[in-house]
Design a protein around this ligand. Structure first.
Ligand code: DX5
Ligand code: ZN
Length: 213
């Protein structure tokens, strides 16, 4: 069986000690760094921008998994790509009129493309794009904040995506992931788990990462 990718979300890290907190997950077996970019429009919160991604690129070799929770993502993809993103995931709901061209734009920068769906969006809506993307991100909370409770009915979308996508797609899940909810998602077919508060609030990060896997 292929290894499950663990992508800690630095939204729950200490932003005044970001380098320390990224080295901490690196040392303890994380595969990716999940970076939550929020614009205060698509979601009611503002977080990280391009300069921070650029700075993170300099201090880690981990894969940078950039989750754009922003309106008009096409305006910023080039900048996030140049900052060193390995994956750029946009929200389907933010690209309703131009999903294909946004995916093409990400690929034109040699970056892997992800498409995410919010809790109220059905997996059927992104079926036609599943052949074109490298990653599908199922949100199991309303995007915007860390530390929310897992919505189990959203996790069922993982099954649909797995059945309707190419073999090597990454199916990532984000929101309320802990050792219990991770089990459910893996059973449905998720192979990448984002976890913020579960990892960064833990007193034993290595054990938490191992438990998720
Ligand atoms: C929420 C973000 C998540 C968040 C997850 O909008 O996309 O990545 O950091 O946090 P937890 O794991 O605490 O639910
Ligand atoms: Zn996220």
């Amino acid at each position: 069986m292929k290894k499950i990718i663990i992508a800690p979300s630095i939204l729950s890290a200490d932003f005044a000690n970001l380098e320390r907190d990224i080295k901490l997950i690196e040392k303890n077996g994380a595969d990716w760094v999940h970076i939550d970019v929020m614009d205060g429009h698509f979601v009611p919160n503002i977080t990280i921008g391009v300069p921070v991604v650029k700075a993170i690129r300099k201090i880690t070799n981990l894969i940078l998994d950039v989750h754009l929770m922003i309106e008009n993502p096409e305006k910023y993809i080039s900048d996030f790509a140049k900052a060193g993103s390995d994956y750029i995931t946009v929200h389907y709901e933010a690209t309703l009129k131009n999903t294909n061209s946004v995916i093409d734009l990400i690929h034109s920068h040699n970056v892997k493309a992800g498409l995410s769906i919010k809790p109220k969006t059905s997996a059927e809506e992104i079926k036609r794009y599943l052949e074109d993307i490298e990653l599908a991100l199922v949100m199991t909370v309303e995007p915007g904040f860390g530390g929310q409770a897992f919505m189990s009915d959203c996790a069922e979308k993982i099954k649909y995506i797995k059945t309707n996508s190419k073999q090597d797609i990454i199916i990532e899940v984000d929101g309320g992931i802990n050792d219990e909810t991770a089990k459910v998602c893996k059973e449905y077919g998720a192979n990448a788990l984002v976890a913020g508060s579960y990892i960064y609030n833990s007193s034993n990060i290595k054990e938490s990462i191992d438990l998720l896997r």
